[in-house]
Design a protein. Sequence first.
Length: 371
Amino acid sequence: MEKLKTPGLLLDIERVRRNAERMSEIALRNGVRLRPHVKTHKCVEIAKIQTAGHSGAITVSTLAEARAFAKNGFNDITYAVPIERGKFDQATEIVQSGVKLNLLTDDAETVKALNEAAGKAGVRFDVFLKVDCGTHRVGVEPQTAEAIEIPRLISDSKNLHFAGILTHAGHSYDVRTKEDILAVARHERDVMVGLADRLRSQSIEVPTVSVGSTPTMSLIDDLNGVDEIRPGNYIFCDNFQATLGSCSFEDTALTVLTAVIHKDATRRRLVVDAGAIALSKDRGPVGLDPSCGYGRVLDLEGNETGMRVTSLSQEHGEIEAGNADIFERLRVGDRLRILANHSCLTAAQFSHYNVLENGSIVNKWEIFSGW
Ligand SMILES: Cc1ncc(COP(=O)(O)O)c(C=O)c1O
């Protein structure tokens, strides 16, 4: 670890395997398909671990991820951001390369334009209706007329196939207790099963009901009526997830290796070389833990030091050491690890993972960023 460039990513592979196993069991126990969201890591080797024993289906957040994973043998991919006409050509190319690419929309005009584009290109797209189950980010309101009309329009479009309904309970991150997460999870399920029933009563076939976030899928007790789950963050977890209670701190698999670049003994402050472009400025669990800062500072073995990254500029991370014992021992050039608030945003800043097994770096795995 002394020879690695800083800032750099350290991936605890044993924890990754354990996290993968746990979510795999949740899917199998509930009789649902697992389609993990790979935007968390954007890494082929990690996706292979998560999909072992499952169909190999994945979810992506960019078409660059779709292309990279398609080149590496993944051929059933859901692009889980609403499609818009500026991306039709890229989506067409991916489908023409032999991949089953599922798209999603909440917009009738886009359905018409997509059908036309697919006709011209001689391809067929699988299209989900994106549903808002309470996050109010994107998606149709489940009780509205368009929640029926858009699926009917997709079903009636010659060059499209209605793939089903899909939601993401992002508001599960805004609650305070495990009981509240469970309530959001049950609501997510009930909204979707209710809408599927309504569509089926109107003779619209609904092949797949797709749900999932890490908090809701970690705590859900019954997924009756759901076909597929798409959690992503569970593979790494992070300071936010552990503070929220959907995992424990022993599950967190990704840390940032950083070097001390300044020590101010008078003010008991440290500055490290992991700033906002290494950790991201995500405030994570600040609603639950006002002193969370931008991440927990760990020693090289991964033990808590009691310190937090208190402020960030682009490449500087500032740490108020408070009473932390380790402060006296630390010198400029020493290394620390940081458990960031949001692992997906942190990983997306880097080019590769340094894979850590039994205390040694055993591999270097590529991250496919870009758009
Ligand atoms: C559409 C969609 N599905 C699934 C996920 C995965 O959720 P999580 O990161 O909580 O596991 C996300 C995350 O933002 C998402 O946007």
